[in-house]
Design a protein around this ligand. Structure first.
Ligand SMILES: *[C@@H]1O[C@H](CO)[C@@H](O)[C@H](O)[C@H]1NC(C)=O
Ligand SMILES: *[C@@H]1O[C@H](CO)[C@@H](O)[C@H](O)[C@H]1NC(C)=O
Ligand SMILES: *[C@@H]1O[C@H](CO)[C@@H](O)[C@H](O)[C@H]1NC(C)=O
Ligand SMILES: *[C@@H]1O[C@H](CO)[C@@H](O)[C@H](O)[C@H]1NC(C)=O
Length: 321
């Protein structure tokens, strides 16, 4: 008889003081992109049949910041953590996780205390912040490199234009192209300075906006370079269409990247910028090609000059020039 009582007493002693067991999580992280923050607290061995048997308290730096009193079915949150709440409907499944808005999320150790009738337990989770760059380092480089490359190629076209096609008729156009080109260069440099690698911010989003939107000026510049040099050919039309498509891709990519906190559409934006630069390169190569062709296939004027030169040469008059 006595051993049995002893066993019962021992048993009740063991189970009466039984602790609630938690799924331990050492820490959780949030980033710029989390709008709400969830600090996990899972009890594995809930036995309560109703939430009125449960009592949940969340502690931060020795102060209770949130209390759920199951008996009264009432939640109370501290002023600094006014958005804090738990999902009462999940409580019987053991989930006492604390949810709050990011603005209330102070970094540090949060302790979850759960009481269920006579059983209780607690667990501590550290809330951490992780800085996540908006774009990856490689994406950052490409986003800046492609527009700068495209601008350098434009200056190459501009150089050919001034060297090979200069005439009084085109001077005014060349000055306008120069001004527009300088303007574009300045905008893209300012954009690249604002677009420093780092977390999403208004500053680097506007930097990206400057860079991408202003590359549209290149289309108009390239069109004017072609028109000033030799007018439209089917090849220059194809180059310009390619560039417009690249620009559309880049702008769509820009909108998608700015709308989403995690820019999954970075590759779309970058391929758009790459196509713009490629079209600029094709334009330069084509201009160079046309310019060198024009040297060999000469206009009629030369046909008169050549016999004249031959005549002068035969008379030994070349030295007089
Ligand atoms: C606790 O963790 C175990 C595995 O470690 C998992 O199977 C279980 O679903 C978790 N419980 C809760 C409530 O998350
Ligand atoms: C932040 O968001 C990520 C992705 O949605 C999620 O996995 C993570 O648990 C969140 N962090 C916190 C502390 O809520
Ligand atoms: C507790 O109150 C909420 C509304 O505040 C209600 O939806 C829920 O059913 C109540 N739970 C119990 C057990 O009374
Ligand atoms: C949280 O607790 C852990 C472990 O006890 C400790 O290493 C860490 O420094 C604490 N964090 C803060 C912000 O107090």
């Amino acid at each position: 008889m006595w051993p049995l009582v002893a066993a019962l007493l021992l048993g009740s002693a063991c189970c009466g003081s039984a602790q609630l067991i938690f799924n331990k999580t050492k820490s959780v992280e949030f980033t710029f992109c989390n709008e709400t923050v969830v600090i996990p607290c899972f009890v594995k061995n809930v036995e309560a049949v109703g939430t009125m048997e449960m009592y949940v308290k969340w502690r931060f730096k020795g102060k209770y910041i949130f209390i759920y009193d199951g008996g009264q079915n009432k939640s109370t949150a501290e002023n600094d953590f006014s958005s804090a709440k738990i999902a009462v409907s999940e409580l019987l499944k053991g989930d006492a996780s604390l949810k709050m808005d990011k603005r209330d999320a102070v970094l540090g150790n949060y302790t979850c205390e759960v009481t269920e009738l006579s059983r209780e337990g607690e667990t501590t989770v550290e809330l951490k912040y992780r800085v996540v760059s908006w774009f990856s380092p490689n994406e950052n480089i490409l986003i800046v490199i492609f527009p700068i490359l495209a601008i350098l190629l434009f200056w190459g076209q501009f150089g050919i234009l001034t060297l090979k096609y200069k005439s009084n008729r085109t001077n005014k156009k060349i000055i306008l192209l120069l001004i527009a080109g300088l303007l574009l260069t300045v905008i893209v440099i300012v954009g690249a300075i604002l677009f420093v690698p780092g977390e999403y911010s208004i500053k680097n989003a506007s930097g990206l906006g400057f860079i991408v939107i202003s590359t549209g000026i290149l289309i108009s510049l390239q069109y004017n370079v072609f028109m000033t040099a030799f007018g439209m050919t089917s090849f220059t039309v194809a180059i310009l269409i390619t560039q417009v498509l690249g620009y559309v891709l880049a702008v769509v990519g820009l909108c998608l990247c700015i709308m989403a906190c995690v820019p999954v559409h970075g590759p779309l934006l970058i391929s758009g910028l790459g196509i713009i630069a490629l079209a600029e390169l094709l334009g330069l190569v084509y201009m160079k090609f046309v310019a060198s062709n024009q040297k060999t296939i000469q206009p009629p004027r030369k046909a008169v000059e050549e016999p004249l030169n031959a005549f002068k040469e035969s008379k030994g008059m070349m030295n007089d020039e």
